[in-house]
Design a protein around this ligand. Structure first.
Ligand code: DGJ
Length: 724
């Protein structure tokens, strides 16, 4: 997997080569793309004189730092492009000169201290290269770490800074990875949106200069995702070169591409340098988050399938990683805050009769919380709403044949709470400045150990009080007044990252203490749907927009990186609460079954006919969920390009598939809805249950399947294929 021939490092997965070169102390990037038998075709970078950049001779060639393809570029000696990192020395300057010192190659992959990361179950699954760079003057060392997951076709990168010098320094910038390409003929793809409109696909040609996406919100955010892909302009779903960089981190991030004067591209990703510094005293170290690099020569579909496999099997953890996930019903859109034991039981009775397996009690069960103005932090059951107590409610739900799950928002504090009255300095704040409330709440200061300990204790006490089998971990505002009462002035700009480290430690402790509990993360919908959170919680509430039409785009975009099993998706009431749209219950069911399936409405308000449909949906999902949750996902038609959307899931062995086709609006005399399927066995014959016919796998992939014309708006089909 990793070879070193004295100058070239060749990192090789099944389909990818990634090549580095050591030349006269410089660590250079040589190649990333389809796998090479022998790395030979190497570019030092375009050579031009007279561009105002200093030049020198390297390997007999005249080169400039400003155009060399560099692996982890420093700042200050003539590379005027964006550096991967910046270290401020004790003299206040940021000039540095990091040179290759040595390297080591080992089987396996070590965990990243305090941070989420991909992992191995056996040392043979990955090989790790560590390269030591050092700045002689300051004594600062950087250990660049590369792990090669050969069979997953993925390479992970991170960097560790060690102050082996005698004086303190400050990191002003410490990105996780930077990659230089000798060309700029790429599209830049990002996943962008807003609350209730997350992860829409935006694809644009690269242009000269810097283009970036970032979050300064203290969370990965609804607005931008910590992910970027570069695509050759002709790349499609199943063809073309695509390079993905996905950051395993849930806080402020920056992902950028910079096209230089010579049409070369530098792409980089990591913690956002905005409002970030980190003081490193002698002997201290700083670990950057991990970035997962995936190259696909089979377009975006190939990229997604590689991310899905790695994230499902070697990022997510715990007993639920490989278990079939239950069908849940959540009461939020049925009751909002106006919840009590009687209403819960009424919904649960019907849910149980219809075959639903888990009841999730959402916001409003604790403290004196009747609206969003109070009680966050006071995690004790509200006995006015649950008169016989939480354990008794759980017992009653269990007696109906369902498991019980509970909502928390443990990173927040309401100014109107006993916790705030006792500890007014436990929130993020800046002394003498007003504390800006959002949704009437403040953010707890998870950079403090005492706050983290208290939250572990209060969540654990509730989880230990009753057989709670599921937790929805919510987070409903972004950070303002980012400062900590516990940190000295020179460390205040460490607060946002220290918060993330605190959060990850809390999640590690709680999920380890309650290994049987299924955790779902949430942030006002999908505001923190990222690879960092998935390491602790194997599913995420995809969006607060539960409208089936809106969800087509949200789920399609999310599927670029994340597998269906991670995407919470619920059937909700009509008219839809977010957009007021009326869609068919069939379409709502099909969209939700395309993710991790559940319901979020008052089942007792449905007509008998609708309840009959729900009963059948549940039975169908139970029959097919092994395939739907763990199969190979193929996008077939993009909702961003028209009136239809389609995708399918195929079992690993190709013996079974489910195809979903959606038509948003009906049209007179529409063009025929032929859909070319993907991923089937071309030599197999498949029975399409809904048509009671068989077709060759090759026929369905090359000639296509014809879907019936829609005769009304919001129509959908779900066809089940089995190989004969
Ligand atoms: C935001 C979540 O996304 C919703 O599903 C719900 O849990 C509310 N918070 C509760 O306040």
């Amino acid at each position: 997997m990793i070879n070193f021939d004295g100058t070239l490092f060749h990192l090789r997965t099944r389909g990818t080569s990634y090549v580095l070169r050591v030349l006269d102390g410089h660590l250079l990037h040589a190649y990333w793309g389809s796998s090479l038998r022998q790395p030979e075709v190497l570019h030092l970078g375009v050579k031009r004189d007279g561009s105002f950049a200093p030049i020198f001779t390297l390997d007999g060639e005249t080169v400039s730092l400003d155009s060399l393809l560099r692996e982890y570029p420093d700042y200050g000696r003539g590379d005027f492009r964006s550096p991967a990192f910046e270290v401020e020395g004790s003299d206040g300057t940021t000039v540095s000169c990091f040179r290759y010192v040595k390297h080591a190659i080992q089987q396996g992959k070590a965990p990243l201290a305090g941070l989420p990361a991909t992992y191995v179950e056996a040392p043979e699954e990955a090989e790790t290269l560590e390269i030591l760079l050092c700045d002689e003057l300051t004594g600062i060392e950087i250990i660049l770490s590369y792990s090669v997951f050969e069979s997953f076709d993925a390479i992970t990168r991170s960097a560790r800074f060690v102050n082996a010098g005698a004086a303190p320094v400050r990191l002003l910038r410490a990105l996780s990875a930077s990659v230089d390409f000798p060309e700029a003929d790429f599209d830049f793809l990002q996943l962008s949106g807003a609350s209730a409109r997350e992860r829409h696909i935006v694809r644009q040609p690269l242009r000269s200069g810097v283009q970036s996406v970032e979050s300064r919100r203290g969370a990965s955010s609804h607005q931008q995702s910590p992910f970027v892909a570069l695509l050759e302009p002709s790349a499609t779903e199943d063809r073309g070169r695509v390079y993905g960089l996905s950051l395993v981190y849930s806080g402020n991030f920056l992902a950028q591409a910079e096209v230089d004067q010579l049409s070369q591209t530098r792409v980089a990703i990591g913690i956002n340098p905005f409002n970030f510094t980190w003081r490193l005293n002698p002997g201290e170290s700083f670990q950057t988050p991990e970035v997962v690099l995936i190259f696909s020569n089979e377009g975006l579909g190939g990229l997604s399938q590689r991310y899905h496999r790695l994230y499902r099997q070697r990022l997510c953890r715990g007993v639920w990683r490989d278990k079939i996930r239950p069908i849940l019903i959540n009461n939020w859109e049925a009751t909002y805050f106006n919840v009590n034991a009687e209403k819960i039981e009424a919904i649960a009775d019907t849910a149980a009769q219809l075959g639903i397996e888990l009841f999730v009690l959402d916001d409003g069960w604790f403290g004196k919380r009747d609206d969003d103005r109070s009680s966050l932090g006071d995690w004790t059951p509200n006995l006015k709403k649950l008169p016989s107590g939480l354990p008794d409610l759980v017992r009653r739900i269990n007696a109906k044949g369902m498991e019980f799950g509970l909502w928390f928002e443990p990173e927040m504090i309401s100014p109107d709470s006993d916790l705030y009255r006792a500890h007014p300095d436990w929130c993020l704040h800046v002394p003498d400045r007003a504390r800006t409330e959002s949704r009437q709440q403040l953010v707890l200061d998870y950079s403090r150990q005492d706050v983290c300990d208290a939250m572990v204790d209060s969540v654990s006490a509730i989880l230990a009080s009753a057989p709670i089998k599921y937790v929805k971990w919510d987070m409903n505002r972004h950070m303002t007044e980012v400062g900590s009462a516990r940190l000295p002035a020179e460390r205040q700009r460490e607060t946002a990252h220290r918060y993330m480290l605190g959060l990850y430690s809390v999640l590690e402790r709680i999920t380890t203490a309650f290994p049987e509990v299924l955790f779902e993360s949430c942030s006002g919908g999908g505001g923190r749907f990222d690879a960092g959170m998935l390491h602790y919680m194997p599913q995420t509430w995809t969006s607060d927009d539960s409208d089936a039409v809106e969800r087509l785009k949200i789920q399609y975009g999310t599927s670029l990186i994340f597998p269906t099993i991670t995407m919470g998706a619920h059937v909700s009431a009509c008219p839809n609460h977010q957009v007021g749209r009326n869609t068919s219950i069939e379409m709502r069911g099909h969209v939700a079954m395309s993710g991790n399936f559940g319901y979020e409405l008052d089942l007792n308000r449905l007509s008998d006919e609708e309840r009959g449909i729900v009963r059948r949906q549940i039975a169908t999902y139970k029959e097919l969920r092994g395939l739907l949750q763990n199969g190979i996902f193929h996008r077939l038609r993009s909702p961003f390009e028209g009136n239809t959307a389609a995708w399918m899931v195929v079992s690993e062995d190709g013996s079974e598939a489910v195809v979903f086709h959606f038509q948003v609006l009906s049209r007179p005399n529409p063009p025929s809805a032929i859909l070319r399927l993907r991923g089937l066995d071309p030599e197999g014959r498949y029975r399409v249950a809904e048509l009671d016919r068989t077709f060759g796998g090759d026929v369905m992939m090359h000639a296509g399947l014809q879907f019936p014309d829609a005769t009304q708006d919001f129509s959908s089909h779900m066809w089940h294929l089995t190989r004969e």
